[in-house]
Design a protein around this ligand. Structure first.
Ligand SMILES: *Cc1c(COP(=O)(O)O)cnc(C)c1O
Length: 468
């Protein structure tokens, strides 16, 4: 075992590269080129003061690295589906890019399923996992042949009734909660004793209920656990997978056949928000699984993964213009166009979700100068709308730019319309080498005031209340 195996990850900002990490120097260079090109080409400017940028080269590289990580630990021919958790970056062009790279989709709502279908994700590469599936959702998934993981006994009853009246080609499994405990961020810990997800394996009689559910239903073939997420030490994730594997073995032994043929290990690999290095890597996680849960990866089981943040976070950047630079109580404050609408988690829970912020001048070149503690404020009308507080960096001036790094998952793609702030434009960029010019593609147009009005009942509903 290499000592890369012992690098458990926290969300604290950190700058040291762990052994075995994938160094991020090239990604940082691509990003800097893209920032400069975005300013030069007018992707951002006075009229478009905030945008989300996605590094297409980086996304492709992460998809390839994920495939390689698991190919290295299973025998050739073992079925492995990497289903990207759509909630992390719910953008159709991103899903299509991932599909072209051999990645599927994990969906948890009718909207996410519609996005996956719009992206051309085939049912065989799609997994439905929500904790609150309606009968209509279940019926649709079973009719399409999409893999479904039942969250609880009541849902399994519904699936029973549906499969009796209309046979399905969907692989069906049960989601279990190994109850291995939480990570550093309570709201993102899915495997605590009282988590709302799945069947809690350590509760009285629950394990026996799961085994019986399989023995009574020959068509149940999968187990699913997602013991994440950000803030979860790798070792605990491995324990969750190990517990799920042991349950699969127990079911198969009592069934006297290989009834559970696939284990869905979920996602939840934490991301390093402290530097450009990718750590832990999917390869480190796969190797650790191989050493701790070898039976799972010996070819007897198909594997499904559901990574979200670890595939996309490092490849997204919020780029925002500094509108004003002021001082209050002696503290310099840069008032930018990036705040709660694009970095909701960071603004509401700054201790759990610190982001790196980089400073650029009005031409989009990295800004230099002595580091001065500054607040990086957003445009929303509440005092806490800050991306960073008292952060040392070169003193910002009006017309400069800031970037919020590692925001490719769970940030600008899910903008939050506080103050009716527009959803920012999202642009993919390709700049594989310094010699190539940077090319941008629109992933999502910036939201217009008309669209905001329409979304706010400004169309046919305009007089709805007056006429009541
Ligand atoms: C959110 C979620 C994921 C993805 O989690 P990440 O931390 O983004 O990898 C995977 N599976 C399920 C069931 C989820 O709810």
């Amino acid at each position: 075992m290499g000592h890369d195996e012992d690098d458990d990850q926290t969300t604290v900002l950190r700058t040291d590269a762990a052994p075995g990490a994938t160094p991020g120097g090239e990604a940082a260079a691509r990003r800097d080129r893209a920032v400069r090109a975005a300013v030069e080409q007018g992707v951002v400017g006075p009229a478009a003061p905030v945008a989300g940028l996605l590094d297409v080269t980086g996304i492709r590289a992460s998809a390839a690295a994920l495939h390689a990580a698991f190919e290295a630990v299973v025998p050739p021919g073992t079925p492995v589906l990497h289903a990207f958790a759509v909630k992390a970056t719910p953008l159709v062009p991103v899903l299509r890019l991932l599909r072209a790279a051999g990645i599927g989709a994990e969906v948890a709502s009718p909207g996410e399923l519609a996005l996956a279908r719009a992206a051309g994700m085939p049912p065989s590469a799609t997994v439905l996992d929500s904790p609150a599936k309606t009968p209509a959702e279940l019926r649709e998934a079973l009719a399409l042949g999409i893999a479904v993981n039942a969250d609880n006994p009541q849902e399994l009853d519904r699936i029973d009734a549906m499969t009796r009246s209309a046979p399905t080609g969907s692989p069906v499994g049960i989601r279990v909660n190994p109850q291995i405990g939480g990570g550093a961020i309570g709201a993102l810990s899915t495997a605590t004793a009282t988590s709302k997800f799945g069947v809690p394996l350590r509760d009285e009689d629950a394990r026996e209920w799961v085994v019986r559910a399989f023995l009574d239903r020959p068509w149940l073939t999968r187990l699913h656990a997602h013991s994440g997420s950000q803030g979860m030490p790798l070792e605990m994730m491995v324990r969750g997978v190990a517990a799920t594997y042991e349950l699969a073995e127990e079911i198969n032994e009592r069934a006297g056949r290989r009834q559970v043929d696939t284990v869905d290990i979920g996602g939840g690999l934490p991301v390093n928000f402290g530097s450009d290095d990718e750590t832990p890597t999917h390869a480190q996680y796969a190797r650790r699984l191989k050493s701790r849960v070898p039976g799972l990866l010996d070819g007897r089981y198909g594997i499904v993964t559901e990574f979200g943040r670890s595939l996309l976070a490092k490849h997204g950047t919020v780029l925002a213009r500094v509108e004003y630079a002021k001082r209050a109580g002696g503290r310099p404050i840069a008032v930018t166009h990036a705040g709660v609408q694009v970095a909701t988690r960071t603004v509401y829970a700054p201790a759990s979700w610190p982001l790196r912020i980089a400073a650029f001048d009005a031409k989009g070149l990295p800004k230099s100068g002595p580091a001065v503690g500054q607040d990086i404020a957003g445009p929303a009308c509440f005092a806490g709308d800050l991306l960073a507080e008292n952060r040392p960096m070169p003193l910002l001036e009006p017309g400069d730019y800031v970037t919020a790094l590692d925001t490719g998952a769970y940030y600008f793609a899910q903008h939050y319309s506080y103050n009716s702030l527009a959803g920012p434009g999202v642009y993919g960029f390709s700049a594989p080498t310094a010699a190539d010019g940077v090319r941008f593609a629109v992933v999502r147009e910036p939201q217009t005031p008309d669209e905001i009005v329409a979304e706010a009942g400004g169309g046919a509903e305009r007089d709805a209340l007056r006429n009541l």
